[in-house]
Design a protein. Structure first.
Length: 67
């Protein structure tokens, strides 16, 4: 199963790119976030990349800390 963009998610993506003044390095994450299709939780090692959208519960993912 993949995440495919819809007309609505494309408009949301473009709106977010404009509203948050995001550049080319943020295209993929922003497009995936816009096409969330009911997804409310994201596991990520870059929480700041999704926090601004204000519509996701972010679950941190990273390397385990040494014991």
């Amino acid at each position: 199963m993949g995440v495919l963009p819809t007309h609505e998610s494309t408009l949301e993506f473009l709106g977010w790119m404009r509203a948050y003044r995001l550049g080319r390095r943020r295209l993929l994450d922003t497009a995936l976030a816009a096409a969330h299709a009911g997804i409310r939780r994201i596991i990520t090692d870059d929480e700041s990349g999704f926090r601004m959208f204000g519509c996701f519960e972010l679950i941190p993912f990273g390397r385990p800390k040494p014991v």
